[in-house]
Design a protein around this ligand. Structure first.
Ligand SMILES: Cc1cc2nc3c(=O)[nH]c(=O)nc-3n(C[C@H](O)[C@H](O)[C@H](O)COP(=O)(O)OP(=O)(O)OC[C@H]3O[C@@H](n4cnc5c(N)ncnc54)[C@H](O)[C@@H]3O)c2cc1C
Length: 251
């Protein structure tokens, strides 16, 4: 079984972020493996360790960056495919999904794993778009997964409960944080990641002629938080707090 795990390489979330003149996030410098994708890498490794096969990590990123995919290779993925092309500058989610779907077709993957949403863009749309482009089932918001032969059973986390859904391979699965505990790369894994194959592809290699059509019109700082509401306990505080938490759908 070939499992393609989509891994986004993002600017260090701990470092200060700033926007360029085009109002897009400045993506120069080292990119790291999005923490949200470590769960997908771990799931892919566990599935292939149990049923045979390989994990290939797939990433679209400016400048041929590989630092993030090397982290996934150090965890145990067998190889990586990185797509970079100047024509992808400012790529939106659908363009990204087109690129990732083309790589999946080229690999002949049986299963695609993504995170539910990335840490820096968080549209949460890429998994569904890849599935739509490939014509495969999309098992989204997956918090538990079982593979038996070619049958995938997923527990989907929804707002007020859990759905259990099934699909046959090939399919696309987006996973929530916590579906599995990602392993830490061992020293041996870090050393062997340096020599694992990383294929660099352009749009021409994929036979794609994409046109980036989205632009950012404006951007502004989020409003500062207001002081909040103080509830004095005159015996009704508990009910007031419960009512407030219900109004924001925490309860
Ligand atoms: C402002 C901005 C400018 C950008 N400019 C460029 C650019 O110039 N060149 C470029 O190559 N990319 C660029 N990107 C990255 C690319 O466009 C995003 O990956 C894409 O828009 C997906 O959006 P998202 O992160 O909201 O996806 P989501 O739907 O939130 O992502 C869900 C999951 O899909 C997978 N995924 C998403 N994106 C990728 C990816 N790129 N590679 C592998 N897996 C992925 C991950 O598993 C991710 O957790 C840019 C992104 C932003 C936000």
């Amino acid at each position: 079984m070939k499992v393609a795990v989509c891994t986004k390489q993002i600017p260090d979330p701990q470092a200060p972020q700033h926007l360029g003149e085009d109002l897009r996030l400045v993506r120069s410098g080292k990119a790291l493996l999005d923490d949200a994708d470590t769960y997908g890498v771990e799931l892919g490794l566990r599935l292939t360790e149990a049923s045979g096969g390989d994990v290939v990590v797939v990433s679209m990123v400016p400048g041929g960056e590989t630092a993030g995919v090397r982290q996934a290779l150090a965890m145990g993925a067998a190889s990586a495919v990185v797509v970079s092309d100047e024509r992808l500058e400012g790529a939106d989610a659908l363009t990204t999904a087109r690129v990732l779907a083309a790589v999946v077709r080229r690999l002949g993957a049986d299963l695609v794993i993504t995170a539910t949403e990335s840490t820096d863009g968080y549209t949460g749309t890429v998994a569904g778009q890849i599935a739509g482009l490939l014509g495969w089932p999309a098992l989204t918001f997956t918090r538990g997964l079982h593979l038996e032969g070619s049958r995938v059973t997923a527990e989907r986390q929804v707002e007020d409960g859990v759905w259990v859904v099934e699909a046959e391979l090939p399919c696309v699965v987006s996973v929530t944080a916590g579906i599995v505990d990602p392993r830490y790369p061992s020293f041996k894994g870090i050393m062997s990641a340096k020599s694992k194959p990383v294929e660099q592809l352009s749009l021409d290699d994929l036979g794609l002629g994409v046109q980036v059509r989205e632009r950012v019109r404006s951007a502004r700082e989020a409003e500062a938080r207001s002081a909040g509401t103080v509830i004095e306990d005159d015996g009704t505080a508990e009910a007031a707090i419960v009512a407030f938490l219900e109004s924001i759908k925490v309860l």
